[in-house]
Write a protein that binds this ligand. Structure first.
Ligand code: RB5
Length: 150
């Protein structure tokens, strides 16, 4: 996984700019899906873009940022196969990879500072999925997506 799609709304814009340069410093290929400036926009338009990009390329991962992270959480987790995880601390960033195989990292640009956000991104990118009993649980979610019953 070397490709990361990223987007925000106006509430997450300044953090997105910082995280894009951080990802490039780390050597990742970054697909910045907008917005291009801090003007007011609607978070669903940008969350949907990232959820679709990650759904279409299961080798990629996504990062979405709005003011609180809540709007983006609601949007991206409507897509089957998307496991979007809202992180404001390093413990959650680590466990959402190990236990939940998170494929979209969600942050609140008005909640976390840029320094902490960079650390969250680093931990989220470097922590592998643990599999085992956690895979069995993800299988149940996937099964539900297919049939609407467990
Ligand atoms: C925008 O003001 C704000 O509502 C948005 O960034 C986000 O926090 C929504 O959940």
């Amino acid at each position: 996984m070397d490709l990361i799609a990223i987007a925000s709304d106006h509430g997450g814009f300044s953090l997105k700019v910082d995280i894009v340069s951080f990802l490039k410093e780390l050597g990742y290929e970054v697909n910045d899906m907008g917005p291009k400036n801090q003007n007011s926009v609607d978070y669903p338009d940008y969350g949907i873009r990232i959820a679709q990009a990650v759904t279409q390329n299961t080798d990629s991962r996504g990062i979405v940022i709005c003011g609180t992270g809540i709007g983006m959480s609601i949007v991206v987790n409507r897509f089957p196969g998307i496991r979007g995880t809202l992180c404001s601390d390093l413990y959650t960033a680590k466990l959402c990879r190990g236990h939940n195989d998170s494929n979209i990292l969600i942050m609140g640009g008005r909640v976390v500072g840029h320094g902490l956000a960079r650390e969250i991104v680093k931990v989220w990118l470097s922590t592998p999925f643990d599999g085992g009993r956690h895979q069995k649980r993800l299988d149940k979610i996937n099964q539900f997506d297919k049939s609407n019953k467990i």
